[in-house]
Write a protein that binds this ligand. Structure first.
Ligand SMILES: NC(=O)c1ccc[n+]([C@@H]2O[C@H](COP(=O)([O-])OP(=O)(O)OC[C@H]3O[C@@H](n4cnc5c(N)ncnc54)[C@H](OP(=O)(O)O)[C@@H]3O)[C@@H](O)[C@H]2O)c1
Length: 494
């Protein structure tokens, strides 16, 4: 993980409790980044922390609280006009702790002391925007603003057919006739030529060395809008090989005869194959010659792509007809995939409508879901948006948050059944760990401390507990468990 500067938060405040959360995140993320502040592509990875400072949005206060090492952005996720694309430049990962604001009906101190105590019950009400606006519409806006930056686990389709998705590109031949040769090629769609009998693109033609020629290629027209592939690690082709070596050229400039970035790949005769070409393996070339001092490939500005068959250097070159079915081209995220959207949700989100639940044993938000404008219902709908977005995610659902230090032993669970308490600092550490852990990817889980409500948890500063390896817990979690399983026959009315 690299963090040159943290773009953060749509929030700020003097609240000590949330400060702990944020302070830890910043400290932790900054320290893991210093040895490696620029990645191989020459771009920096910025982590956006949304929310997490708890209070009233106020830049001056936030700066005082967080110091000068972070970038601060003030935005309101309920208003997409405030989520300017400028704010998200370079953001590669997000920790989202934005939440509808709840407070005591009777009012609170300026630093929200009553709310922060976490355990003693007060009669709560929603302050400001409704749960629907913050948890659902706000989440939709945030995901929309960030989707391109964070990327999709299954990759981004650039051309072709994958499942029900289809994306057409306009291809044209570029053969050695431009230099007096007689080779020729086309790129056409065969409606039944793919491995499962569906449509595929087919690059085919006849290559000849007559008149000093010897290459054929096809090239897409400029994309109408440049593709931002900065969330991805390379290009992946699904194709049926013919035993020859081909070459891909990617361009980032609108000019016809400009610098390109290339990589060759070998194919196996008669076999459908997935070919992955990492961006880091691309070589800058101008008219088939390496350009030594060229800038590294910038996947944030992909304009063109092109296949080329290079006769002179290609050991598999044979004159005559060739055919290369290509059913899809997409940008991929390399394995192991780690969460790019870590969301702090809440235990209890699936419980308000769960049949047979003893409400008297449930936390206030479950009992008062309706009075609190369906707070948990909309938190669940917000979670669903993340799960459905295709962005690699982790959803951490804490039980009641406390000001106690991290360090207690933990209980992780799935299916939304546990109640208890957990330290905010512990959740912050867990979120940072989840950003780096493939075991946390696409998992939804609840967590609490083993210490009961009635017992305070303290740490001896002289003898602090060792840092946890959260992977030990993440490893046991399963994908696909949310607690909604118990609701299937009783869908939530909204
Ligand atoms: N408190 C608990 O006991 C508890 C229990 C379980 C789960 N959780 C979860 O833990 C997370 C943090 O909860 P918390 O109690 O610490 O909440 P909180 O102190 O009320 O903080 C909420 C944060 O969301 C931000 N926010 C609210 N509306 C926003 C908007 N429209 N645009 C941008 N930011 C907005 C606030 O920013 P401003 O300060 O700038 O307004 C604040 O930083 C939440 O996801 C919550 O569901 C809390």
């Amino acid at each position: 993980m690299e963090l040159c500067s943290t773009t953060l938060s749509f929030s700020s405040s003097t609240s000590h409790l949330n400060f702990q959360f944020f302070d830890f995140l910043v400290g932790k993320l900054s320290s893991t980044s210093t040895s490696q502040s620029v990645n191989s592509m020459g771009t920096s990875d910025i982590v956006l922390v949304a929310g997490g400072t708890g209070g009233v949005r106020n830049e001056e206060k936030a700066r005082k609280m967080l110091g000068s090492d972070v970038d601060l952005v003030i935005g309101d996720i309920t208003k997409d006009s405030t989520l300017s694309p400028e704010y998200f430049k370079g953001v590669k990962k997000v920790v989202n702790a934005v939440s509808v604001i709840v407070g005591p009906k009777e009012g609170d101190t300026p630093d929200r002391a009553k709310y922060s105590q976490g355990i003693k019950f007060f009669e709560p009400e929603i302050k400001g925007d409704s749960p629907e606006k913050v948890e659902y519409i706000g989440m939709r806006n945030l995901i929309k603003a960030l989707k391109n930056n964070l990327g999709l686990r299954k990759g981004k389709l650039l051309f072709g057919f994958e499942g029900d998705s289809y994306r057409q590109l306009s291809w044209g031949a570029l053969d050695d006739v431009v230099m007096g040769g007689v080779s020729e090629s086309t790129f056409q769609i065969d409606p039944n030529g793919s491995e499962n009998g569906g449509p595929t693109g087919v690059f085919k033609g006849i290559v000849s060395t007559a008149n000093n020629g010897g290459f054929t290629s096809i090239r897409t027209k400029n994309f109408s809008e440049p593709e931002d592939l900065s969330a991805y690690d390379g290009l992946e082709f699904r194709l049926k090989g013919d035993g020859r070596r081909y070459k891909v050229i990617i361009r980032t400039s609108l000019d016809w005869d400009a610098l390109g970035y290339t990589a060759g790949f070998d194919t196996e005769k008669g076999k459908w194959q997935t070919i992955q070409l990492p961006f880091s393996s691309l070589r800058p070339i101008l008219r088939a010659r390496t350009v030594l001092d060229a800038p590294p490939f910038d996947p944030s500005n992909l304009m063109f792509s092109k296949f080329e068959y290079d006769g002179k250097l290609n050991p598999t070159f044979v004159e005559g007809p060739f055919e290369l079915p290509v059913s899809s081209i997409k940008a991929y995220i390399k394995d192991p995939v780690t969460p790019r959207f870590v969301h702090v949700g809440s235990a209890g989100v699936t419980r308000p409508e769960r049949p047979g639940l003893d409400l008297s044993k449930q936390p206030p938000a479950v009992r008062l879901n309706k009075e609190l404008d369906y707070i948990l219902t909309f938190k669940l709908k917000g979670e669903d948006l993340i799960r459905e977005s295709g962005i690699p995610y982790a959803i951490v659902r804490p039980c009641a948050l406390t000001e106690e230090p991290a360090g207690a032993d933990l209980i992780f669970d799935q299916g939304d059944n546990i109640t208890g308490k957990i330290s905010r600092e512990e959740i912050a550490r867990m979120c940072v760990a989840a950003l780096e852990s493939p075991y946390a990817c696409d998992k939804t889980f609840e967590v609490k401390s083993v210490v009961p409500f009635s017992e305070p948890f303290t740490v001896d500063p002289e003898n602090p507990p060792p840092e946890k390896d959260y992977d030990i817990y993440f490893k046991d979690l399963k994908e696909g468990i949310t607690g909604k399983e118990a609701l299937q026959e009783n869908p939530i009315p909204v």
